[in-house]
Ligand binder design. Structure first.
Ligand SMILES: C[S@@+](CC[C@H](N)C(=O)[O-])C[C@H]1O[C@@H](n2cnc3c(N)ncnc32)[C@H](O)[C@@H]1O
Length: 453
């Protein structure tokens, strides 16, 4: 008999949870190698991401029912986390089905003692209910357990944004972001795509972040012909805002220094209407191939890719070459925890510091490649000031040539101009603000002469 969805989920959880594999890669691999039907694919993904995202909460729960959890074999511990996750958070799965499935998996993988333990713990949890976290002290520990965020990270968010906001951020990381797609305006208008999707049974609305964006409230876009035909691309709304704020004009020459897998490069190329050129770089050829593939799927012929370290691009290009530059920098990824939950357990404060040094070097090397009247967008999918506004502040304080483009703030969509994340050095979008990823972006330019100068 072929493996059940839960058995597949357990395999991935053991590899990710205890052996440091990347969840999204293993999920893709499992979906590719196994013919799960579309409903099972959804359940499988939900089980892996959901359990992983709640790992610290589930570990606390398990401690209430098993004395020495450290002695459990890894797969038994993850089987119990997986089952607790379903009992606590998934209404659509009946409790008895959760217990039966767990016992069946235990029978296949372990001896009679383990089967008894799994059965006993799950039945006890159902009888007794799961613990409350209200009395856990101090508050950082409570929030850490309640939202399954490592304590150091919780403390970091509290230091940066205060207790209330930090709690909202950590809680939002447990809730799915709105699904969004970007319409390829070279092929169809946003309105026509929206109407067609509604006719086909989807629930769709226009995104306030981008003139090309649609929010998909119901319906599986991966199964719609628009996806294979390159009419829509899956992209978070915050990423679409980058294309919007680049103020691209036909025939421009654009540099995208960190471009793989190509979401923003292809948006920029679409905005050029296949004119001009987007020079797209990333560290390795394996990565730039992904950009080539995406470009071909969307019918774009104005993208040139090459594998190269962004910190060496000054060896390839003269100063003042580009009309527009995008540095969508490698970052800690604390804005995309809900789709890559392993991030919160594996990244360290040292990683944040190291990344900020790379980001700083990138800015230093690449900024001079901008034309005198050009615009450079720096963005990350994180919410750490060290990689975002503090980095920009430090970069600008060490020189006299560049500034934050003041029109960046007035050109933002109106609802964002008022948002809590507006700082003098750019816009921080938090995951609890608008049901999107957490994201930072800012726009830099050469200092403009004022009347007094
Ligand atoms: C945030 S991702 C880019 C996402 C991409 N802009 C998109 O929209 O699809 C950051 C990228 O930077 C790349 N990267 C990391 N270090 C780099 C370096 N030194 N030079 C160039 N690219 C680098 C990573 O491989 C990764 O693909």
């Amino acid at each position: 008999m072929s493996k059940t969805v839960r058995a597949h989920a357990l395999d991935v959880l053991v590899k990710v949870g205890d052996n440091g594999a990347f969840s999204h890669l293993l999920i893709d691999q499992t979906l590719k190698n196994n013919a799960l039907d579309i409903r099972d694919q959804g359940l499988f993904t939900e089980l892996v991401y959901g359990t992983l995202n709640r790992k610290l909460t589930l570990a606390y729960d398990l401690d209430q029912f098993v004395k020495k959890t450290g002695k459990l074999q890894s797969w038994v511990k993850w089987l119990l986390y997986l089952s607790f996750y379903q009992l606590k958070y998934l209404d659509k799965v009946p409790d008895h089905a959760v217990v039966n499935e767990a016992v069946e998996i235990a029978k296949k993988r372990g001896h009679q003692g383990i089967v008894k333990l799994v059965n006993g713990v799950l039945r006890q949890a159902l009888r007794q209910g799961f613990p409350s976290y209200e009395t856990i002290e101090p508050v950082t520990k409570r929030l850490s357990i309640e939202t399954s965020t490592p304590e150091w990270l919780m403390e970091r968010w509290i230091d940066s944004y205060g207790l209330e906001k930090a709690e909202k951020i950590a809680t939002a990381q447990l809730i799915k972001a709105d699904k969004a797609v970007r319409v390829n305006l070279l092929k169809m208008t946003r309105e026509d795509v929206k109407q067609q999707l509604i006719e086909d049974g989807f629930e769709v609305e226009a995104s306030p972040f981008s003139s090309k964006g649609l929010i998909i409230n119901a319906g599986n876009i991966l199964k719609h012909p628009f996806f294979d035909e390159g009419i829509v691309t899956i992209q978070d709304q915050t990423s679409m805002l980058v294309g919007e704020m680049m103020a691209v004009e036909k025939d421009q020459v654009i540099l995208d220094s960190c471009s793989a897998p190509g979401g923003k490069t292809t948006d920029l190329a679409e905005r050029l209407s296949n004119t001009g050129r987007v020079y797209s770089y990333d560290l390795h050829e394996k990565k730039t191939t992904l950009v080539d593939k995406k470009a071909a799927q969307l019918g774009l012929i104005n993208i040139k890719t090459k594998a190269m370290d962004a910190r060496e691009l000054d060896q390839l290009f003269e100063v003042k070459t580009f009309d527009r530059i995008l540095i969508d920098a490698p970052c800690s990824g604390f804005g995309v925890i809900r789709t890559k939950p392993d991030i919160k357990y594996t990244k360290t404060s040292e990683d944040v510091l190291n990344l900020s040094m790379i980001q700083f070097d990138m800015l230093n090397t690449i900024m001079p490649l901008l034309k005198e009247d050009g615009k450079l967008i720096y963005s990350t999918c994180t919410i750490d000031p060290t990689e975002n506004e503090a980095l920009i502040a430090e970069f600008l304080s060490g020189q006299t040539r560049y500034e934050v483009d003041p029109t960046f703030f007035t050109e933002l969509p109106a609802f964002l101009q008022q948002s809590v994340g507006v700082t003098p050095f750019g816009l921080q979008i938090f995951p609890d603000d608008f049901h999107t990823d957490g994201f930072f972006l800012t726009r830099l330019q050469y200092k403009q002469a004022t009347d007094e100068t």
